[in-house]
Design a protein. Structure first.
Ligand code: M6R
Length: 608
């Protein structure tokens, strides 16, 4: 996500801020900015693009001063432009804020502030916080910040500078990370430890619901209710490289563990109790949704696998003919796409050449293109008619994990959205799904809390030459993704197929000891999938099942069971994929491969 850096001390603030931000560059960002308090004013400089652009601006137009805040933005609300870059101010320019995360009640707050005459100059949720603080200010920045954040809901880390109180920086953490650094006669603040390491190794991790007041002399930690909080600082021994990965040995593992938070962000502000799903950049109307002929889903690799889940959901729940195809196939097969069709183009990066080409082709034939992407301002998002941002945050490992899970949830949201427009999803069924969606992040966390069975299994199968993945319906879609994950980072040959297809050929390759992973979460085809399981078991396969924790039968049938919490069968891919991601990771680790940058692969495939 975005990067935060703050400094108060003896040195010139700008070099420290730029240095800290550059140490957060690995996280990805699309714009950057700084604000420094000096001579009774807070001076802001910001620009879309890389830090080098901001540096150029600062060289031309420098700012002295020893108190400042800096930010690298990964867009969630509004395009990556100069105006939307942080810091943001109120109209007077006295209150300056930077912010990571998402303000959930963005739309009502924006209307409320506009109705009271506030002139909002950006599309961001962050700017609202500057205006809220201005409204609440009665001579004390700490109190004003406290009152302002009570009016905002969501997940965020907020940092505030005020022209009238240049001797302190105020910050609040609500879910998004924030760390205080202790220097000699100086104090620092950052969203992540790597930014602080050249200045100090003594840090204090701010907890959710805490407010921080930073002065040159030290830090005061308070609860949002106003009580004092005391916690001792800790000494960090990580290298800069370890710190970039948040202490995880690889970005892939870090990103797997970030999934509960990523899912929370995907859902944030979009499910409003009994109301319809809010998809801020999707503008389909009831007339279009009711007259819809067909949905086409397209993408490549993991994005295509996410689309296989979408195909199943749209067809089954919305009763709409839906086709999913690889973008590089769709674009060359002269598809019968026409006006009145909806094309859902899925791409983490929004830059995959084949996906862009397929989306353009469909659009030129009159279809409406809806992008499901993680990158605000990406080519796909700019060219599409509608955009559903997945909000996974920057994904650095080549093997996609959190992007996949958020693509799944994004499509469930789209299904609910279309279902309410078309009127063919019963309200009680929609409510059930909404309730279950809301607890999915916690259930993913439960799986992540117990990795030991997957690690043990990985040791058992790491020497295998071939691994097969089978399932039916949604379980087949998950099997496809599990197989891709395994092969791309562990270099073990693997294949996924519908459980019913095995006996039509591939069963010939199953010999004693061959690992076969069976995904078994779909009640309506459970018995049928078990037949597939029996077929491989009879040939001596080592059967690994991914099944619900309360499945009473599976322990007797499989050699190993990877358990997942019970959920609605339509949502099970979100959970069933997680042990398979971990399996791929641990097998690759057992085999000693470069997990984050597997051979022959690139993060973004921008060539055809
Ligand atoms: O950025 P995109 O989602 O369009 O990328 C598509 C594929 O290249 C990508 O999912 C690839 O398959 C990943 N390496 C899978 O982990």
């Amino acid at each position: 996500m975005c990067g935060i850096m703050g400094y108060i001390g003896e040195r010139a603030a700008i070099p420290v801020l730029l240095d800290g931000l550059s140490r957060l560059e690995y996280r990805g960002y699309d714009s950057a900015g700084v604000a420094v308090a000096h001579d009774g004013t807070v001076h802001v400089r910001k620009a879309a693009g890389k830090l080098s652009r901001l540096r150029e601006i600062l060289e031309r137009d420098p700012v002295p001063g020893n108190v400042g805040i800096g930010h690298t933005r990964w867009a969630t609300h509004g395009q990556p432009t100069d105006t939307n870059a942080h810091p943001h101010t109120d109209e007077s320019g006295r209150f300056v804020v930077i912010h990571n995360g998402i303000i959930e009640n963005f739309l009502p707050l924006r209307e409320e502030l506009a109705s009271r005459g506030h002139r909002l100059s950006s599309d961001t949720d962050t700017e609202l916080l500057a205006h809220l603080i201005e409204e609440e200010y009665r001579g004390d920045l700490v109190e004003a910040t406290r009152r302002a954040v009570r009016r905002a809901s969501g997940a965020y880390a907020l940092v505030v500078l005020c022209a009238q109180e240049p001797h302190r920086i105020v910050a609040v953490r609500m879910i998004s990370p924030l760390v205080v650094g202790f220097g000699q006669g100086e104090m620092l603040l950052a969203s992540d430890i790597p930014a602080l390491l050249p200045y100090t190794r003594d840090v204090l991790v701010v907890n959710d619901g805490e407010l921080v007041v930073l002065t040159r002399e030290g830090v005061q930690l308070e609860s949002l209710e106003g009580g004092t909080v005391s916690r001792s600082r800790m000494h960090v021994t990580w290298t800069a490289e370890q710190a970039e990965r948040g202490g995880f040995p690889h970005f892939m593992l870090k990103e797997i563990y970030e999934q509960p938070r990523a899912l929370q962000e995907t859902l944030m502000g979009r499910l409003d109790g009994d109301g319809p799903v809010v998809l801020e950049d999707v503008h389909l109307d009831a007339a279009f949704a009711r007259a819809l002929n067909k949905i086409w889903i397209t993408g490549c690799g993991t994005a295509y696998h996410a689309g296989l889940v979408g195909r199943y959901l749209f067809e089954r729940v919305l009763h709409l003919p839906t086709e999913a195809d690889y973008a590089h196939e769709l674009r060359y097969r002269d598809p019968l796409v026409r006006a009145g069709d909806l094309v859902v183009a899925i791409s983490q990066s929004g830059e995959t050449a084949d996906t862009l080409a397929a989306a353009r082709l469909c659009r030129s034939r009159g279809a409406r293109v809806l992008a499901v992407t993680n990158v605000v301002g990406s080519t796909l998002s700019r060219e599409a008619d509608d955009v559903l941002y997945t909000r996974a945050g920057p994904e650095i490992a080549v093997a996609s994990t959190k992007a996949y899970l958020t693509m799944l949830v994004g499509q469930v949201l789209l299904m609910l959205y279309l279902g309410s427009l078309r009127g063919n999803l019963r309200a009680d069924r929609a409510r059930q799904l909404v309730e279950e969606l809301a607890v999915l992040p916690r259930k993913v966390q439960e799986i992540l809390n117990h990795p030991a069975p997957v690690e043990a299994l990985a040791r058992e199968v790491a020497d295998s030459e071939h691994v097969y993945f089978i399932g039916r319906g949604l379980d087949y879609a998950v099997a496809m993704e599990g197989s891709l994950k395994l092969k791309e980072i562990s270099y073990v040959h693997s294949e996924a197929m519908p459980a019913g297809e095995l006996k039509h050929g591939t069963l010939a390759l199953v010999t004693p000891g061959t690992p076969v992973v069976v995904v078994l979460t779909q009640a309506h085809v459970y018995e049928k999938t078990v037949s597939g399981l029996q077929e491989v078991k009879a040939r001596g396969a080592r059967v690994v099942a991914v099944a619900y924790e309360d499945d009473p039968e599976i322990g007797k049938l499989a050699d190993r069971v990877l358990r997942i919490p019970r959920t609605d069968d339509l949502l099970s891919p979100v959970l069933a994929a997680v042990p398979l991601q971990l399996l791929a990771y641990w097998v690759a680790r057992e085999r000693g491969h470069d997990i984050d940058q597997p051979r022959n692969l690139a993060k973004s495939v921008t060539v055809e």
